[in-house]
Design a protein around this ligand. Sequence first.
Ligand SMILES: Nc1ncnc2c1ncn2[C@@H]1O[C@H](COP(=O)(O)OP(=O)(O)O)[C@@H](O)[C@H]1O
Ligand SMILES: [Mg+2]
Length: 246
Amino acid sequence: MNRVKTGIQGLDNLVEGGIPQGRTVLLAGACGTGKTIFGMQYIYEGAKTFSEPGIYVTLDERPELIREDMLRFGWDLRGLEEKGLIQIIDGSLAKIGLPSEEELSVPASGFDLDKLLLEIMRLTKRTNAKRVVFDSIPALGLNFEKDTDVRKAILKISYLLNRTGVTSILTSEIVEGENKFSKYGVEEYVADGVIVMHYMGVGTQSNRTIHIRKMRATKHSEELHPLKITDKGIKIEKIEDAYEKV
Ligand SMILES: Nc1ncnc2c1ncn2[C@@H]1O[C@H](COP(=O)(O)OP(=O)(O)O)[C@@H](O)[C@H]1O
Ligand SMILES: [Mg+2]
């Protein structure tokens, strides 16, 4: 089986070298745990280090703000967008009915999932994209009135991503401490892997952790691994290193 390296320091060796190619991973965590940074790091590293084009669908944050935030880690998204290695689709304003100034966006006239999926498919073909991030599933929910429609939408997205052959990450905002990985209860079933990010309270040295809850076709670490957000992005530390510092 081929593996797609996330390029996130310390992660790939926890999952036999990377995410199984063509599969979908659910990235779950409370707000502020680093899901957006993780998702963008996956796309950025793919483009920069592995020359693999990627598509980032943002339903939460505006692309302008993401570009600005990621510059803090030294990631020049604009530069890679200009080279055609990164595509950002703006779906952050459609849910509130506002037009986007972005080149790629969901029209303000109303959120149309089929159009968005078509756009992802078209872009995947045109740019030869290998990686897709969909951030976030709960924000997708704002575009539908009924939960059953959101569930159908999630199944559709997952089917399409699988069919296009890209290796993808869906983000899912959950409540810390609750024993749930998703809002709609279907995300973890359609995903081949579930990675959970935690952010425990305040004031301690190593208060961010990550664990791999499920990864089909993979022997994976079952530990809770300390994680740092450094000036170069997310870094997963070895458990022993974290203990040495205490
Ligand atoms: N340059 C940085 N250095 C350290 N921590 C940072 C930096 N930038 C952001 N963070 C941390 O990351 C959090 C935001 O991460 P984000 O990926 O947006 O979370 P999520 O998408 O899970 O809500 C911030 O609340 C902050 O704690
Ligand atoms: Mg986010």
